[in-house]
Design a protein around this ligand. Structure first.
Ligand code: ZN
Length: 380
């Protein structure tokens, strides 16, 4: 369906890896098995024979193979620009490729977005040629169910290409639109415009879905939340442009030692506001940030190992450390790439500040409020 800027769930909750291709893991979400179960159940209950049920399941699996090829169109186009994709997730409403980032250059985004539907156009032409070679008629769309498998796969690709090109950001067509708008008005405004149109279309999908295909309601939810999420991510990046880490970092930072116990961290959480702690350790060259202890790790550690466990044993390894003069847009990218929710600002071996996504979000909200007053011409 569409490339997503980053993976939501890292540890694959409710999904299984079924294989990998070009170094990209292909995963199916648990709800996908519900879809297959639904197809089997609805075929069985409507009195279709076993053969018809098997045909329906095979057809569904073929459709998802086509969806995977569509996603690989995006993935391989992105790879040309040095963008790595972690995995492709198959959901009942389609596939989502989790790329570590999306291209900043609108021309590159255009190519990455159009590459998915282009695969479907190519496949449709292939199935049309096959139908011609085998002398099978391509049934009209209205009698899709009566077409044989070549015709069904031809029409499936036509529908996928057309459906994905609907300009409902963050679907492919919406990304194409955003890329074209960004060439004229800058990414921030282009995203806001594309997201508004996307959310308007999502409302329409949701409404139509209520009266026709319930699957459309899920697509509407996907488009709605995706559009809102990406608009705020792009807005965050635009608002942080030109700022350095020291401009926004929280300065009263409590760090914890890798050798301390979870009990000491419980004390810190109980008596302070900080819930994300840089973990420092001595590595011979001096004290370095070696990981993070968040509430999630703390609670998991407490319930499995108890108070006496060392922080080093439960922390999230891999530290995002930045310098005080680093550009915030780069810091944000680094935080998102490492799936870290925070970055330590380190100056000459000492942790002097802390940056978290929540903190950056609050900063931007305040900036927006000030900017809004200025635009309204209010007195300071
Ligand atoms: Zn797509």
């Amino acid at each position: 369906m569409s490339p997503a800027p980053r993976a939501r769930s890292e540890r694959g909750g409710w999904s299984w890896t079924i294989g990998s291709l070009f170094g990209v893991r292909i995963r199916i979400h648990a709800t996908f098995t519900l879809l297959l179960a639904w197809i089997v159940a609805s075929n069985t209950m409507s009195g279709e024979g076993t053969a018809a049920t098997i045909r329906a399941v095979v057809m569904t699996l073929s459709l998802f193979a086509i969806v995977v090829m569509h996603e690989f169109g995006h993935v391989l186009a992105a790879r040309r620009y040095g963008i790595v994709t972690r995995d492709i997730m198959l959901l009942p409403i389609g596939g989502v490729a989790s790329m570590e980032r999306l291209p900043d250059d609108p021309r590159q985004e255009f190519v990455v977005a159009i590459a998915g539907p282009a695969v479907n156009v190519a496949l449709a032409l292939g199935f049309a040629a096959l139908a011609f070679a085998l002398d099978r008629p391509l049934a009209a769309a209205g009698v899709l169910e009566h077409a044989d498998w070549v015709g069904q796969l031809f029409w499936a690709n036509v529908v996928l290409a057309v459906f994905n090109l609907i300009p409902a950001f963050p679907m492919d067509g919406g990304r194409v639109l955003r890329a074209l708008l960004a060439l004229r008005m800058g990414t921030d405004r282009a995203t806001a415009t594309a997201a508004r149109l996307g959310q308007g279309l999502a409302l329409l999908f949701g409404f139509l879905g209520l009266f026709s295909n319930p699957m459309l309601v899920f697509v509407a939810l996907f488009v709605w939340t995706g559009a809102a999420g990406e608009a705020s991510a792009v807005h965050l990046r635009a608002s942080l442009a030109g700022l350095r880490a020291r401009d926004v970092m929280a300065t009263s930072v409590i760090v914890v030692d890798a050798d301390d116990t979870l009990a000491s961290a419980v004390e810190l959480v109980a008596h302070g506001f900080q819930s994300e702690f840089p973990v420092v350790a001595n590595d011979g060259l001096g004290r370095r940030v070696v990981g993070w202890l968040g509430l999630r790790e703390l609670i998991a550690g407490l319930s499995s190992d108890g108070h006496g466990q060392r922080i080093a044993a439960v922390m999230r390894e891999g530290a995002t450390s930045v310098g005080p003069d680093d550009a915030l847009t780069g810091v944000l990218e680094q935080m998102q790439r490492t799936e870290g929710r925070a970055a330590a600002v380190v100056d000459r071996g000492e942790v002097v500040g802390l940056l978290t996504l929540e903190h950056l979000g609050e900063f931007v909200a305040i900036e927006d409020a000030i900017g809004m007053r200025a635009r309204l011409g209010a007195a300071p």
